[in-house]
Design a protein around this ligand. Structure first.
Ligand code: PBG
Length: 322
């Protein structure tokens, strides 16, 4: 009878020894919480497919911001639902726009909460597409103008970082140039670089009232089947001046997160999107999974894959355990 010399079980015997050799640890510093701001006062509209999340009017958002900050959340990603939509998303570029108001109020009341604004047209256009429509499709270069304008307007409102999620070609360069011209050369850009045309955004589109009214997003968001193309998208965004690159969704795209991190050595964000959140919540509500353990395992996996930043709707519920 021969015995194994190498026994990997030796280092698994106790909690202490497992803690000593753990390679990846999820911390409070890694997490970003998305929030939705809507018009009105005292409004808190629960989003049915995203339990625990709601559209909040500015006053309620400020309350939420304080509560999150006290719990240990250091950064939030803001999405707006405007009173009125228009054809080109111009409504997102106004100095009294819904996210601009939210940024000003949060900066006043919770000054140390780091504010990131999503930059995109889809929540602001009547047709729900991420840009200006010409001949039935989103016109890339016209859209760059509104994206740049929206970014400058949010920078003027006091946001700490902008995050373009539209997938137009050249948007990072356009936004960088517009910000620099206005003196915001120190404002970082976190680009949704490899953003897939995914079915996992379903609940978000209910939350942001941004489902496209015709067609789909396949002419601008990426085909879920492609990996090399994701690296090209990331490379271009880096060349254009992105400070942080993002992969979205997260769980089905861990190979992309891994490749991006290993290829570019850049700060990488992973967006654990609404559909991923909803699946966990639904199974947990049925009592079929242990939610706490599952969430911890999922988010730790994203970090192990190479994500430095994890954007997740679970943030508010797990932050205190970290
Ligand atoms: C805006 C945007 C979307 C998400 C983030 N920014 C929706 C989309 O592209 O349709 C999705 C986030 C989520 O599902 O949690 N373009």
């Amino acid at each position: 009878m021969t015995f194994p010399v190498t026994r990997l079980r030796r280092l698994r015997q106790t909690e202490v020894i497992r803690n000593l050799i753990r390679e990846t640890t999820l911390t409070r510093n890694d997490l970003m919480m998305p929030l939705f701001v809507c018009p009105g006062k005292g409004v808190e509209n629960p989003i049915s497919s995203m339990p625990g999340n709601a559209q909040l009017s500015v006053d309620k958002l400020v309350e939420k911001g304080k509560e999150l900050f006290d719990k240990g959340v250091q950064t939030v990603l803001l999405f707006g639902i405007p009173e009125q939509k228009d054809e080109t998303g111009e409504v997102a570029c106004q100095h009294n726009g819904i996210v601009q108001q939210a940024v000003q109020a949060l900066k006043k009341e919770v000054p140390n909460l780091f504010l990131v604004a999503d930059i995109c047209n889809c929540e602001y256009t009547t047709h729900g597409h991420c840009g200006t429509i010409v001949n039935g499709d989103v016109h890339n270069d016209f859209t760059l103008e509104t994206l740049a304008k929206q970014s400058v307007s949010l920078a003027e409102a006091g946001v700490d970082m902008v995050a373009p999620s539209d997938m137009m070609d050249g948007r990072v360069q356009a936004i960088r140039a517009a910000l620099d011209e206005k003196g915001f050369y120190n404002l970082p850009i976190m680009a949704y670089s490899a953003k897939y045309a995914s079915a996992f955004y379903g609940p978000f589109r209910e939350a942001a009232e941004s489902a496209p009214q015709f067609g789909d997003r396949k002419t601008y968001q990426m085909d879920p089947a492609n990996g090399d193309e994701a690296l090209r998208e990331v490379e271009l965004d880096i060349e254009e001046g992105a400070d942080i690159v993002m992969v979205k969704p997260a769980l089905n795209y861990m190979d992309i997160i891994f490749r991006v991190k290993n290829t570019f050595n850049m700060p990488v964000a992973a967006y654990n999107v609404s559909g991923e959140f909803a699946m966990v919540k639904a199974a947990a509500a049925k009592g079929w999974i242990d939610e706490k353990r599952i969430v911890h395992e999922l988010l730790t996996g994203l970090k192990r894959a190479g994500a430095d930043i994890i954007i997740s709707y679970h943030t508010q519920e797990i932050i205190q355990d970290l």
